[in-house]
Design a binder for this molecule. Structure first.
Ligand code: GDP
Ligand code: MG
Length: 150
């Protein structure tokens, strides 16, 4: 099983979309390993988005992510990075396909609802950045054999 880091951004928290988004992940069959409503400080936001330091939107992005609490999650499943990037949809919500989280809930690039790690390497880095080992729950879902063939 693979793990990924997902973060419901401040816009979606303010719009009361946490429940709807978590419901989609649960319905898909994915397993929640950790979750917390969390106010990121500037240092954490900058570190999280360090690959974008030189982009023109970097300061706006950091200020958006630190503007209110986010709902940070670790999610587990087979091939979970690819699966969740598909569920999340493309970066610009006005172009994201209907049926995706960004496609269904967002309109603006600077208010795109949710973050999802883009590779297993990013997932590991981001999970370690946002969570302590003790916050990650190691357990088995009893419906696993109904979600995966083996
Ligand atoms: P993601 O992996 O799909 O989230 O997209 P990126 O890694 O390319 O960008 C990270 C985040 O920066 C996006 O989710 C947006 O919140 C933000 N972002 C990316 N491009 C732009 C842009 O051109 N303008 C603004 N305002 N924000 C952007
Ligand atoms: Mg990205």
């Amino acid at each position: 099983m693979d793990r990924t880091f997902l973060m419901i951004k401040p816009d979606a928290v303010q719009r009361n979309l946490i429940g709807e988004i978590v419901t989609r992940l649960e319905r898909k069959g994915l397993k929640l390993v950790a979750a917390k409503l969390f106010q990121a400080d500037e240092a954490l936001a900058k570190e999280h988005y360090s690959e974008h330091t030189d982009k023109p939107f970097f300061n706006a992005l950091v200020s958006f992510i630190t503007s209110g609490p986010v709902f940070a999650m670790v999610v587990e499943g087979n091939n979970v990075v690819e699966v969740t990037r598909t569920l999340v949809g493309e970066t610009n919500p006005s172009k994201a396909a209907p049926g995706t989280i960004r496609g269904d809930y967002g309109l603006d690039l600077g208010r795109n609802i949710i973050h999802g790690s883009d590779s297993n390497e990013s997932a590991e880095r981001e999970i370690n950045l946002w969570f302590n080992e003790s916050e990650l729950n190691d357990y088995k879902l009893n419906n696993e054999k109904w979600v995966y063939e083996e």
